[in-house]
Design a binder for this molecule. Structure first.
Ligand SMILES: [Zn+2]
Length: 76
């Protein structure tokens, strides 16, 4: 793990090309640190007991849909 990277709490930007020839700089997703995947909680139903439980597993980041970046948000 990169310690220097963790020390800075400011958003990083990633360059993405969503349209041919058009580069955009979008804020890196803070939930997954731009990885597109993070630990998510998944409900596992237990049919025997009728209840269930949660497990943590690595899955597609729900904040950015696995893209690693988020859309620009206009701050009021
Ligand atoms: Zn994410």
């Amino acid at each position: 793990m990169d310690r220097d990277r963790l020390a800075f709490d400011q958003p990083r930007y990633v360059r993405v090309m969503r349209h041919p020839g058009l580069w955009e700089e979008l804020p890196e997703c803070q939930s997954c640190m731009g990885q597109g995947a993070c630990e998510i909680e998944e409900a596992v139903p237990d049919y025997r007991s009728g209840s269930g439980y949660l497990i943590g597993r690595l899955g597609e980041c729900p904040e950015c849909d696995g893209r690693g970046y988020v859309e620009h948000v206009d701050e009021a």
